[in-house]
Ligand binder design. Sequence first.
Ligand SMILES: NC(=O)c1ccc[n+]([C@@H]2O[C@H](COP(=O)([O-])OP(=O)(O)OC[C@H]3O[C@@H](n4cnc5c(N)ncnc54)[C@H](OP(=O)(O)O)[C@@H]3O)[C@@H](O)[C@H]2O)c1
Length: 249
Amino acid sequence: MRFAGSRVVVLGGNSGIGLACAQAFAREGGAVRLTGRDRATIEAAASGIPGARGSSVDISDLAAMERFYEEIAAADERIDVLVVNAGVGGFALIEELSHEYWDQVHAINLRGCVFAMQKAVRLMGDGGAIVVTGSIGGHAFVPGNVTYGAAKAGLALAMRQFAGEYVSRGIRVNMVSPGPVETPLLHRNPRMSAEAVDVLREQMIAAVPMKRMGRPEEVAAAVLFLASREASFITAANLFVDGGALEIG
Ligand SMILES: NC(=O)c1ccc[n+]([C@@H]2O[C@H](COP(=O)([O-])OP(=O)(O)OC[C@H]3O[C@@H](n4cnc5c(N)ncnc54)[C@H](OP(=O)(O)O)[C@@H]3O)[C@@H](O)[C@H]2O)c1
């Protein structure tokens, strides 16, 4: 029960890694608020987690995020743990890259996540923890990954900046960077057929020394560790949860 009495906000908590985080925090006593955009999965997620509340908030809509935090403040709640996990995937080779695609991904994966953290720290006190979901894609060459990789690399830099600028307030900021994990993300690329997704999945497994995809629960375990008091001397760290893909793949 490492999070008994803690108020935990999971941005992007209705699916995949974020859902596993929300469930795990609640199992350990946390009072969870989770967000996403899709109302049906938000309701299903929140109703399956004791005490959890769900809100449909697009992280790229800065005014909507402001309203979300105002609601938390109006309820006289603080935030003890913020998990910044919302993100979209997708691939586009440089030769087929459009401004629209770049802006769409970055508005969520970089700009949205940064301003979500900026607004949340006002509601956090001494001992607060932020864990951001990065990706090994922000650190390695992957064909078609310039947009997503640049956003996640930018997010890693932002994570370090937040860690430095808020250390004096007792807020720790860390990142968990997964390798390939079995979640709906892989199937959300409208430009890829089901067969192409299967091929990509096999390629990703081949590139992982452990020769398998990760499970959302394995990423959640790392998120909970970094958010917990067990990690009280850890800030600005980037923990790779990737079966060895980045370092020994
Ligand atoms: N799966 C992997 O292999 C992998 C590897 C490395 C990093 N990651 C990162 O892990 C994080 C979670 O991904 P996942 O694999 O668990 O995929 P997922 O199941 O598709 O989950 C993505 C989450 O982000 C939310 N989200 C997306 N756009 C949003 C927006 N504009 N506003 C609010 N919420 C939004 C989704 O909710 P809605 O759909 O309802 O908006 C969902 O909760 C992402 O940041 C992803 O980049 C995943």
